[in-house]
Design a protein around this ligand. Structure first.
Ligand code: WQD
Length: 324
């Protein structure tokens, strides 16, 4: 099939594009390189530099005809979204409306959407399944939930079938080492730990160690990007085969604490990785773990590479050459 991967030069998007290529599909990447990088592109795919906010150009690109599109173009810094909601409204919500309207205008009927566990907010129970209440705690999560609602209406009114994939914490790098672009100014734990291991960053600030968890630090469900990428292909195959829409978690179903990640990184990198306990980060829940039962049963999907050693080792392979 011919797939348009919007945001395919980004950290997750490039792994998704790679998986579609590996499974024999034709891939066109559309990206504005605001956070993605040309270093993450592959010779087998076509790259079009463009912005989802430029509706006329977006519609022109989509009018060449695609069997489906994957939408991973969004700002994703939860903390920033609480300071600059207008930036997230424009890019995440208006940008997605452009994609939906251009899909209607050009006859693209299948969309895989990068949603997030942030749609759930504070967990009422664990592990979190897709029936869990959705009360996002940050504006980023709100934009993802609102987009899911737009998708549902475009299904009802225009017959667009979608897969909304609620990622938990994406981490790691391609196990074959084919993707090596570093995220710029990362806020997520794994790249922060890696930058500290390289000496790019002086220390890891641990946001609180007084949570009711195994060691007092925050526990999250880390999912390897290769596992995430396979989930995108499986989800597209499912919605096309059954001509239906789907909302599903993609998580490893295991929880790892901040200190467990840091300890694994010290062991694997052999670097000291200084860490300092500071105050909690507002809005952080103590623990977030996914139920992936629905993905397992409907998609036959299961995380394979999301153990802590693979997450850290594959990240270190990419960061190590940057060590000072
Ligand atoms: C993980 C854990 C922090 C940095 C966010 C988004 C979510 C999704 C994943 C896109 C927490 C702790 C972190 C640091 C720390 N993004 N931490 N020091 O907040 O779970 O989720 O990214 O879909 O939508 O909200 O990820 O990596 O920021 O934090 O102690 O320097 O690491 O408190 O317990 P988070 P994270």
């Amino acid at each position: 099939m011919k797939i348009l991967v919007i945001g395919g030069a980004g950290y997750i998007g490039s792994h998704v594009a790679r998986e579609f290529l590996d499974q024999g599909h034709e891939v066109v990447v559309f990206d504005n390189l605001s956070s993605g990088t040309e270093e993450n592109l592959f010779p087998e795919e076509r790259f079009i530099r463009g912005d989802i906010m430029d509706y006329p150009f977006l519609e022109k690109v989509m009018s060449e005809g695609f069997d489906a599109l994957v939408h991973l173009a969004a700002f994703k810094a939860a903390g920033e979204s609480m300071i600059k909601p207008e930036k997230y409204s424009l890019n995440n919500i208006n940008g997605t409306i452009h994609i939906l309207n251009a899909a209607c205008a050009t006859g693209i009927r299948y969309i895989v959407f990068s949603s997030s566990a942030a749609t759930y907010g504070e967990p009422r129970y664990l592990p979190i399944d897709e029936e869990h209440p959705t009360n996002p705690e940050n504006y980023y999560g709100f934009t993802k939930l609102e987009i899911e609602r737009f998708l549902s209406w475009y299904d009802k009114l225009k017959g667009i079938k979608y897969a909304a994939l609620r990622y938990f914490n994406a981490a790691g790098y391609d196990i074959q080492g084919r993707i090596r672009g570093l995220e710029r100014n990362p806020a997520n734990l794994l790249p922060v730990v890696m930058e500290t291991a390289c000496g790019i960053r002086p220390e890891v600030q641990v946001f609180g160690n007084d949570y009711d968890t195994i060691d007092g630090t925050g526990v999250r469900d880390y999912i390897h990007v290769n596992d995430l990428a396979v989930g995108h292909v499986s989800a597209l195959e499912y919605i096309m085969k059954h001509n239906t829409s789907l909302t599903v978690n993609l998580g490893s179903e295991t929880g790892l604490s901040v200190l467990q990640i840091i300890e694994a990184a010290r062991r694997i990198t052999g670097r000291p990785i200084p860490a300092r306990i500071v105050g909690r980060r507002p809005g952080d829940p103590a623990k977030l773990t996914a139920s992936a039962k629905k993905a397992r049963e409907l998609l036959g999907w299961q995380a394979k590479y999301s153990d802590v050693d693979t997450l850290v080792q594959t990240s270190w392979e990419v960061y190590r050459p940057h060590a000072r």
